[in-house]
Design a binder for this molecule. Structure first.
Ligand code: GLU
Length: 475
């Protein structure tokens, strides 16, 4: 059975690259009827951020990437947590020492890491210590780390994205497996856990590609089966640089704050490095679970295109349940538009197909409270044959008609009928009436609804005032 794992280190926000890794692991498992496992890799205690674990859980919950297994936590699956598994790693490290695949290193850490291990001067000699010397050092309570003993030769492996990779073992360093605080490094713990958790497909960022031969030597030392590797390319911004918060957004939280919907984020991220067999772009998570395949993964860096994500967000907003959109947009309408006797339902419906962010819906109606001065040329409309002169004449006639309408009859449908009549009377096209009125009432060319609906929205007094203002401008 296919088993994948998401193994984040709780060191801060959920980077977009990390979320993509989680998503692909989830999809690989689900598309093959397998299991998705969550493992918190918290062995680098210096880098831990207290809030980070919660961010990981919340993100997976909001996006629907539910894990299938883990220790029981109040009836739910908890994640596996590496810091709680310290003894397990130690046991395996000692086994490696016994078989000469690892050794105690008593060197001062800095000295060893700074030195070139191949130069005689800096060479660490710990590999050659006798059993007695090791025993003495341990009894004296000397600080130590456990290092991997890299054998001579070459290591090859196959990555499903990057293909066949071969390195000379002499290029690999005797990496630390167990640190002086007794905790394992990521480099060790990931191998032990992936084996014990029976992970079949290891999916992670390509920054781990160069360390993978060392992991394979560990698998070999234990006689364990090496998992399938799927390393993912970098995600870059439009300028080909690393994604950063400073230049826009780098994390799931950043995107949520901007106003993107989780479904749109997941859909967009799925396409950052993976392409389906056809040109389909909109995928629900359930659809991705069926259609995702490793074949569609690419090794060229993915470009994060915020404009594309905005478009996608707009598509998700269009598909959203009407009442849900109304409820979400309502707060923004009420908070930002002072006039209160408004048909918010109508406004929400008009906005739903026109916005990329829910919080922008009210902005389409920013003319309601106040008419901002506008460019006279907005009245010009070639297609509808509207000139400044026609606008001036039309607004005068419209004013004449509308001023006598009783307040109880001041509603869109009736106003529309009155103005249609006017068009007939004056032998004008309806557009020649409605266009100048729309400009006069809203000061805009693009509005979410028509002139008579706006007239109803802002009321009779305000409408007449704005028409007068237009006439004055056109004089
Ligand atoms: N803890 C590692 C990280 O957050 C996980 C890498 C892996 O998936 O093996 O980058």
């Amino acid at each position: 059975m296919t088993r994948t794992r998401f193994a984040p280190s709780p060191t801060g926000f959920m980077h977009i690259g990390n979320l993509r890794t989680a998503l692909y692991e989830y999809l690989i498992a689900k598309s093959q009827g397998g299991k998705f496992i969550l493992r918190i890799e918290d062995t680098d205690q210096k880098r831990l951020v207290p809030e980070a674990e919660k961010i990981i859980f919340d993100t997976l919950k909001i996006t629907g990437l539910k894990h299938d297994e883990g220790p029981d936590v109040g009836g739910n699956f908890g994640p596996y947590v590496q810091s709680e598994r310290k003894e397990i790693y130690k046991k395996y490290a000692l086994e490696l020492i016994k078989n000469n695949h690892a050794y105690y290193c008593f060197c001062d850490k800095e000295e060893f890491d700074a030195g070139d291990r191949f130069s005689e001067k800096n060479k660490c000699n710990c590999k050659n210590l006798s059993a007695d010397e090791i025993k003495k050092n341990l009894e004296a309570g000397k600080n130590f780390v456990i290092r991997q003993n890299i054998p001579d030769g070459e290591t090859s492996f196959f990555d499903q994205v990057y293909g066949e990779i071969t390195v000379k073992n002499s290029e690999l360093d005797d990496q630390v497996l167990i640190k002086s605080d007794g905790l394992p490094t990521y480099n060790f713990a990931n191998v032990i856990d992936d084996h014990l958790m029976e992970i079949t497909h290891v999916v992670r960022g390509c920054e781990y590609l160069s360390s993978t031969p060392k992991y394979n030597l560990l698998y070999k030392a234990f006689g364990w089966q090496i998992p399938e590797y799927i390393h993912l390319p970098l995600i870059l911004d439009e300028h080909g640089e690393k994604l950063s918060k400073r230049k826009g957004a780098a994390s799931f939280e950043d995107l949520m704050k901007i106003g993107f919907l989780p479904e749109a984020i997941i859909n967009y991220i799925a396409l950052l490095g993976w392409s389906p067999d056809n040109n389909q772009e909109i995928f629900s998570l359930a659809e991705l679970e069926k259609k995702f395949n490793v074949r569609g993964l690419s090794k060229s860096p993915a470009i994060f295109d915020l404009a594309k994500l905005k478009w996608m967000n707009g598509e998700y907003i269009k598909k959203m349940d009407k009442d849900k959109f109304y409820n979400l947009a309502l707060d923004y309408f009420k908070k930002n538009i002072k006039k209160s006797d408004l048909d918010y339902k109508f406004m929400a419906e008009a906005a739903q197909t026109r916005v990329e962010f829910i919080e922008d819906a009210w902005k389409l109606f920013d003319f309601v409270d106040e008419l901002r001065d506008y460019d006279l040329d907005l009245f010009l409309n070639k297609k509808m044959k509207v000139t400044h002169e026609i606008s001036y004449d039309v607004l005068n006639c419209v004013l004449d008609k509308l001023k006598d309408i009783e307040l109880k009859n001041w509603y869109g449908e009736n106003l529309k009928n009155v103005l249609m009549e006017l068009a007939k009377e004056k032998n004008l096209k309806t557009g020649q009436i409605f266009w100048p009125l729309l400009i006069a009432l809203s000061g805009k060319k693009n509005t979410p609804c028509g002139a008579t609906e706006i007239a109803e929205m802002i009321g009779k007094d305000e409408s007449l005032k704005r028409i007068n203002f237009g006439i004055e401008k056109l004089k």
